[in-house]
Design a protein around this ligand. Structure first.
Ligand code: ZN
Length: 341
């Protein structure tokens, strides 16, 4: 019987004691910083719904990544807004597209940085979906369209190869098509990039937390005749946990080197379950809506932003994430190192 001698409070008396028994650490190199690349020179467009986040031309993106690197952030993940969009998302796999150009510049100017690239179609298609559209049923009346899973797979593989050829260290498919990890793995291997790992967005839930991101990546599904209004046809139902495990198992079986749960905070139970069930590294994406809520409350003076950011990130780690993708990366890194860098 523990009581009355077991008093955990004894170990909370001083900061030195607390840090001695702390179970979870948070360091700048646990963080991945998402950055948005746009065409042009010296472009720095503020994203209104994400204070502190900008759409950056490649030159500005390099400077931003450099500043993050100096603060201790060792990894970035890139999203691209192309010059032009079309129905097939051709700019997604163009060898001189916005992402290959950004990757090449980063590898040259910040050689120690881990450069991850998002692999998806939604930033490049004019309809804003993560794959190509086709009529829902051949010969059916009306114009209803659906995302065609299997037509999309070779395009994703081409996109990943284009990123790898530019020097990407990690490719991260976020489209949620079935079989895309195997298709990308095969494409990379055949093109001579068997060393490039895949971080799969394995459990990506359809929901409302991505709104601000779609402003930044200009990737919201467009309204139009027959175009699906949302991504519920391929992303997961927020109510499902067992299905998340099934998605992760499929991606691992297809060759995913790392898996991601997205969003983070409302889905920490999923992070924990994935951590306990699988041996691969687990990432969590602290998404735009989660970031925007912290920023908005801080701007209103209702919360202490610095403390909320660090508490949020350490809790995501405690749930089982090996690393966290977050728009707070550079600011958190500076807080963690006390401005010593
Ligand atoms: Zn997408």
């Amino acid at each position: 019987m523990a009581f009355p001698h077991d008093r955990p409070r004894r170990m909370r008396r001083t900061e030195a004691l607390r840090s001695l028994v702390r179970e979870t650490t948070l360091a700048p190199d646990d963080l991945v910083w998402p950055l948005f690349a746009v065409p042009g020179q010296r472009v720095r467009n503020a994203v209104k719904s994400m204070p502190g986040v900008f759409q950056l031309s490649v030159d500005e993106l390099v400077a931003e990544a450099q500043a993050g690197y100096e603060a201790g952030v060792r990894s970035v993940i890139l999203f691209g807004v192309p010059e032009k969009k079309d129905a097939a998302g051709a700019e997604a796999y163009a060898e001189d597209g916005i992402i290959p150009r950004a990757v090449r510049a980063l590898k040259q100017k910040v050689p120690g940085l881990v450069v991850m690239t998002d692999v998806c179609m939604c930033e490049y298609t004019d309809h804003g979906h993560c794959g190509v559209l086709k009529p829902a049923r051949v010969g059916a009346p009306g114009q209803e369209l659906v995302v065609d899973n299997d037509l999309t797979l070779p395009l994703l593989a081409r996109e990943a190869v284009a990123h790898a050829r530019a020097g990407a260290d990690v490719v991260a498919p976020s489209d949620m098509m079935d079989g895309r990890v195997a298709a990308i793995r095969k494409g990379l291997d055949e093109a001579g990039f068997s060393d490039v790992p895949i971080l799969s967005y394995a459990a990506k839930f359809a929901g409302a937390f991505y709104g601000p991101f779609r402003d930044a990546a200009e990737s919201a599904p467009r309204e139009g005749a027959g175009i699906p209004r949302d991504r519920k046809g391929y992303q997961m139902d927020p109510a499902n946990a067992r299905e998340a495990l099934r998605e992760v198992a499929l991606d691992v079986a297809e060759g995913a080197d790392m898996v991601m749960v997205k969003p983070a905070v409302p889905y920490l139970d999923i992070v924990r379950m994935v951590r306990e069930r699988f041996e691969v590294p687990v990432a969590a994406y602290h998404v735009s809506g989660e970031y925007a809520m912290i920023k908005a409350a801080a701007q209103a003076g209702w919360i202490d932003e610095e403390r909320v950011v660090l508490e949020t990130l350490v809790c995501i780690r405690r749930a089982g994430a090996d690393f966290v993708l977050t728009y707070c990366a550079r600011d958190a890194a500076r807080l963690l190192t006390g401005g010593r860098r």
